[in-house]
Design a protein around this ligand. Sequence first.
Ligand code: PMP
Length: 373
Amino acid sequence: MKNKFDDILGTVGNTPVVKINRLAPEGINLYAKLEAFNPAGSVKDRLALGVIEDGEKRGLLNPGQTVVEATSGNTGIGLAMVCAQKGYPLVIAMAESFSVERRRLMRFLGAKVVLTPAALKGTGMLAKARELAETHGWFLTRQFENEANAEMHERTTAQEILRDFKGEALDYWVTGIGTGGTLNGVGRVLKAERPETRIIVCEPDNAQLLGSGIPQPEAGSEGDVASHPSFQPHPMQGWTPDFIPKLVDDVTDREHIDTLLAISGADAIENSRNLAQQEGIFTGITGGATFTGALKVAETASPGSTILCMLPDTGERYLTTPLFDGIGAEMDDEEWAIAASTPNYQFDNPPPAPAPVSATEASTPAASEDGTA
Ligand code: PMP
């Protein structure tokens, strides 16, 4: 098969499914779908292409018109890639609490990033994006409710899974939820085409919006979104914003979720590291969290079961977050000992310390204020 494309957008999707070997419990076939293989490094490249092409098709987005969205990063990075290729200016509203490398990546790809106060949470940055769209006549991509988000997953992610497991068992499919686009689009296809596959949805253990059973509260005014009472800040950037998105609500209405699992931030980080260090698979915090969910499923699954989990992005996006806590830039004792184990090419004195991190990096909170996608 040729692997040659007319433009970068042709490379969105068709991500690999990879078997987990050392970390899989004996007798369990554990697989991960690596969304970091998308061109801008995350599952959100699919959504970005889906909503922009849908806007064009419906005549809602015209040549040269500015695109605007509220996002914690991956959607913004995906949109910036798509808008750069198609020539649309892009403005992103983003809470100040998300990792700084995300802002800089979006700006590197040509987007303007407008920060909103962390205290206003995910709902605040959403309101800012809406205000900007209404005031300036910009195209708001509405990732949390746009059906084109779920449809893209129905058309691409789900079909890839059907293709890769054709003629083979698929007992469990494990995902987290940000916008709910992945769950909504893939879930409906699996329910129709592979009804035996159980759909497992993971949430942060300290922000179980679905697990609480409390419905999403109505907003005070039309177009606004209210904060859900079960929300608390959690480290899984990209998962569980402070409200239940419409694309998720649609799925719970249709009873597409077989099991809900609560995942701790500490387990997510540990399993992201384990994937990197024992499987060579580099994924972010939500990838570690979804993998934790898959391992929990494996504990009770019957021998020979097949489990597939989604790994939404690359770990490289989290250098300034708790994922990299304890990963030093200087040589540790073991490294000094290796250096000293042969006679030459050594320092007489330790090398000078690297330049201090910039003020903005130093002031980034350890955990996100919320996990809005
Ligand atoms: N993990 C990360 C890192 C993400 O950015 C997202 C998207 N917000 C998700 C998981 C969840 O994907 P979805 O929006 O399709 O629910």
